[in-house]
Design a protein around this ligand. Sequence first.
Ligand SMILES: O=C(O)CCC(=O)C(=O)O
Length: 277
Amino acid sequence: MHFRNPKQRECFERQGYIVVDLLDEGEVVYLRQLWHDHNDPILAMPFNVTIMSNDLAYRERIHTEICSIVGPRQDSLLQGSRFCYGSLVTKQPSHAGIVPLHQDPSFIDEREADTYNFWIALQDVNEMNGCLHVVPGSHRLNRHPRSNGAFFSFPYPEMHETIMRDGLVPVPARRGQAVITYQTLFHMSFPNLTPHPRLAVSALAVPQAASLRHYFQPFGAWEAPLEVFEVDDRFFIRHAMNERPTGVKGCGHIPYRASSITPETFSAALQTARHGI
Ligand SMILES: O=C(O)CCC(=O)C(=O)O
């Protein structure tokens, strides 16, 4: 799977992310309406994603609608991709709702391929309403499998301050634009300090023939071995992320690992993102 446009491909591979115009105004309005049409209990949380909802019919509807709008757009940008999972992401007006620095969980075996996430702004986003912040070049630093714990357990506490100070950049985007990231990219977002909810779509693209994996750790046991499951594309519509999956094919355990990062390797990654290899 790769970008059809060579300039986008070069920039994406070097920085680990790019911003592109993706949706037109009609599509944005349609997706925003889906959000307004449903009052799920998760919306009371300062930061929430439809994957957290217990209402499986709602999750399915959102996924299907996003697939029909974003799927063809992904296809026009990417060669050899498959739309895999879509959800709505809300950051409510609040001083809470910070999403800490993290890499996304692995959805496939990443030894030979990658997954890309399309984070699509449904209004203009900036530093006031909680736009994404990313660390350019960080997508190459740790490619070990990441579990459901990836959101809560950034494996580099001793490097956290350096990474935030020297590496983190805001990624403002206009309504309808997508911030496309490698799942391995370090990223986060700050609270939404405006009076309006900040809405986004998250839509995953995987290589066309990839079979999906779920890497599971019991909640809080973030250094425990990862239990590996082979799952179908509908798994993430029905599954509660922090519960041990049942009724799917288990593929055994692998040890928890994260590559070591030093100030020198981190600084080299930042340089590569700026100037190339
Ligand atoms: O929407 C946000 O503010 C953060 C989203 C994010 O980091 C993620 O989905 O991995």
